[in-house]
Design a protein around this ligand. Structure first.
Ligand code: ADP
Length: 505
């Protein structure tokens, strides 16, 4: 049998315990003077017990800003006789700060005076800093999520929203506080909204992945009821529970831009075909009119001669000649009508931002320029503003000029296309400059005439159509070689370009 008789060990046992435990423990008298300072206190403060005993705690251990509060807590402990808990800093001999969570208890003598205040501490400095680091890293992560231009939403496996990034707030026009805890299907229009819970259930039961880790285009729902196209990518991770992260990119603007570009392209192609047809018809009318008029006059003269000759079967020939004149007149009439038809092409004038229409047209014209190694420089003046003009026709001019510039630079060592706009006293000017070989000397003076081209596959009507359009806008178009090589085409539009004439003949 073991001997458990502790008699003989005496008071030393208390000292032994105090110096064995790793908890800092100090015994103070009712005035705060240190009576006992255990080894854990020495290790914590770097003061030896000999240095500490006899001093009041607030005279050397408490940080300045907390002395007053600590004294009050100490007084209260002595008064109420209740254990007190308090967290405050102690400064060590070398000046470090340690955050300590205290439990204090008074011990009184038989007459009721406080003899000892037993103060034991838990060093929470490291805990606090871990807590602080955690809060900081959470805040850091949240700022990354909030800085992301794609909406990020997390949800649990019940479909309940857990977090909603700043971009999600903007995209869906909802506040995070209004959606947290709600079912994610609130962000979807029908039919997805009704089928989403079943879909999730199916996935959780079977693990069949239909959208996890692959992007797809979906319809999403803003708070005002507006549906918008979005690219959705869903990932999943486990954090004790299953969490789904949705990345949602609103592509409505992108789709709108693509639609507008396709529209512009269609209109430009159409206008280009009509313009080329008009240009050809006008030229044919011009070229044929003279010989037809001459042929009619000649036939008339022959008819007159025959009338005078009064020969056998002359009447028969005269009748035939009258038919010839009639047919020539009919041909002239057809040509006249064709010309009139072309003349009637009206310009559809309305107010447009010049920079915007130049940008839209250029976006189409420079497709593929990258692959040709062409560098595009923009110099659009914000002062240009809006002008009354026919959008499609002006875009046709810009496209023609840019395509010509790109063609011209085909074999140039340096390929820079500069697109600029400027406000002028009377309106605006648009310039397209290139670093090609410059204007062909032989063609320089008749560039804007129809059927002038030095290209194997050129029709030579682009510049003449452009001139007709700019004329119809009461503007001016010109071309010049640049000292640095290449050339620049510039057209100017007046502020009050007129509307309805549009005579492209
Ligand atoms: P096409 O492009 O079918 O030849 P255009 O009327 O658009 O018809 O152009 C007429 C001619 O003007 C071109 O063939 C070319 O000789 C000349 N030209 C137009 N733009 C440029 C340019 N940027 N640099 C050099 N020459 C040009």
């Amino acid at each position: 049998m073991q001997n458990t008789d502790l008699s003989g060990i005496g008071e030393n046992i208390v000292d032994e315990i105090l110096d064995t435990v790793e908890t800092p423990i100090a015994l103070l008298d009712g005035d705060g003077v240190i009576l006992r300072f255990n080894h854990a206190c020495e290790a914590l403060t770097e003061y030896s017990e000999a240095e500490a005993v006899g001093q009041k705690v607030w005279d050397f251990l408490i940080v300045d800003e907390e002395i007053e509060v600590v004294r009050q807590v100490f007084a209260q402990t002595c008064l109420d006789d209740l254990p007190t808990h308090y967290t405050n800093y102690w400064k060590t001999k070398s000046g470090r700060r340690r955050l300590l969570r205290w439990s204090n208890k008074t011990i009184r003598n038989q007459t009721g005076d406080v003899v000892i205040v037993l103060a034991s501490a838990l060093d929470v400095t490291d805990l606090k800093s871990i807590e602080h680091d955690l809060v900081e890293s959470q805040a850091f992560l949240r700022s990354i999520v909030d800085a992301c231009p794609v909406a990020i939403i997390t949800a649990d496996d019940d479909g309940r929203i857990l977090t909603f990034s700043r971009q999600a707030e903007l995209t869906f026009q909802r506040k995070e506080t209004d959606v947290i805890g709600k079912n994610i299907h609130m962000l979807m229009p029908e039919p997805d909204r009704s089928s989403h819970d079943d879909y999730m259930g199916h996935y959780l039961r079977t693990g069949e992945e239909r959208i996890i880790d692959r992007a797809r285009t979906v319809k999403a729902l803003r708070s005002n009821g507006e549906n918008f196209p979005a690219i959705l990518h869903v990932s999943e991770f486990t954090d004790g529970r299953r969490i789904f992260v949705g990345f949602i990119e609103d592509i409505s603007e992108k789709e709108e831009t693509e639609r507008r570009l396709a529209d512009t392209q269609f209109q430009l192609q159409h206008a280009g075909r009509v313009g080329a047809m008009g240009e050809i018809a006008t030229s044919i009318a011009h070229e044929l009119n003279q010989p037809l008029t001459a042929a009619a006059s000649l036939a008339g003269a022959v008819s007159l001669t025959l009338k005078k000759a009064k020969c056998e079967r002359c009447d028969e020939a005269i009748a035939l000649l009258d038919d010839v004149v009639g047919e020539i007149r009919r041909a002239s009439q057809i040509i006249f009508q064709m010309r009139e038809f072309v003349r009637k092409r009206k310009t559809a004038m309305s107010l447009h931002g010049v920079n915007k229409i130049v940008e839209d047209a250029a976006a189409l014209a420079i497709i593929g320029a990258d692959a040709e190694g062409i560098e595009v420089k923009w110099d659009l003046s914000p002062e240009v503003g809006e002008l009354s003009l026919d959008r499609v026709q002006i875009q046709q001019v810009v496209t023609n000029l840019i395509r010509n510039a790109i063609d011209a630079m085909h074999s140039s060592p340096r390929k820079v296309l500069t697109i600029s706009t400027k406000k002028t006293s009377g309106g605006a000017s648009v310039s397209i400059a290139d670093t090609g070989p410059g204007l062909n000397d032989e063609l320089k003076d008749k560039l804007f005439e129809p059927f002038v081209s030095d290209k194997d596959d050129g029709m030579g009507v682009g510049l003449s159509i452009s001139k007709s359009i700019i004329d119809a806008h009461q503007g001016e178009i010109s071309a010049a070689n640049l000292d640095s090589g290449g050339c620049v085409f510039t057209f100017k539009l007046p502020a009050g370009a007129h509307g309805e004439t549009g005579d492209h003949s």
